[in-house]
Write a protein that binds this ligand. Sequence first.
Ligand SMILES: C[S@@+](CC[C@H](N)C(=O)[O-])C[C@H]1O[C@@H](n2cnc3c(N)ncnc32)[C@H](O)[C@@H]1O
Length: 271
Amino acid sequence: MPILITDPSDPRLEDYVSLTDVALRRRAEPERGLYIAESEKVIRRALGAGHRPRSFLMAERWLTDLADVVADAESHDVPVFVGEHDVIERLTGFHLHRGALASMQRPGLPEVASLVADARRIVVLEDIVDHTNVGAVFRSAAALGVDAVLVTPRCADPLYRRSIRVSMGTVFQVPWTRIDPWPGGMAVLQSHGFTVAALALSDDAVALDVLEAAPPTKVAVVLGAEGDGLGGTTVAAADVVVRIPMAGGVDSLNVAAASAVAMWALRIRDR
Ligand SMILES: C[S@@+](CC[C@H](N)C(=O)[O-])C[C@H]1O[C@@H](n2cnc3c(N)ncnc32)[C@H](O)[C@@H]1O
């Protein structure tokens, strides 16, 4: 039976406290080994990817739409909490328009070496701080046939609620892991035969068209932070520095847009 909640300070609901407090959630979710899936679609995609739920929280009317998920949860002793919208809002900090939340076990991350062993196209996100940008890169990566995404230690969490939503659930589909240390870990990519292409605005960079005309067999496209771009050590250690030619007096693209342009130009054409 679903568990009716009336008290937002109920300790069983700790996973869902203050979901709008980005600083708190950014720290607490990885520490506690969980992430939050929001909406029926995202919950189903997370379960479809084999991720395990810790609990569910929803307004009562969603028990019907999610009847199969609820039945499965209850058969595995996973609690299903239901409550009025105002109780959920006081707990989470927002009105639950999308109907349902799940607290999911955060899956363990694979080793970089095993993730890239059979890959030909990978994307590295260096210190991207905006969850929207991280989610948008994953969506493009899935759509453009990228084999894996690597995120540096200071990069925003692909499993944060907003990243998941913007990615349209593709963070569950595209293999990814953290690459640590960085940029030291770049050597692992090079030892696996990757040409590391740093996307940067340097004057001496080669135009993306040049790389597109003769693409290396294995390419790792490295993208930099929204404000500062790639670090100098990263650019120096890369095999090639690549620039997307700009027009109209605009100096750069948004990082997610730049990633899509580069992934499209360097896509594998024989799959
Ligand atoms: C908004 S840009 C950062 C701009 C930053 N001021 C700089 O000098 O790099 C974010 C990232 O997107 C990529 N990027 C954006 N426009 C680019 C372009 N025209 N050529 C190559 N990379 C680009 C780079 O990886 C960059 O680090």
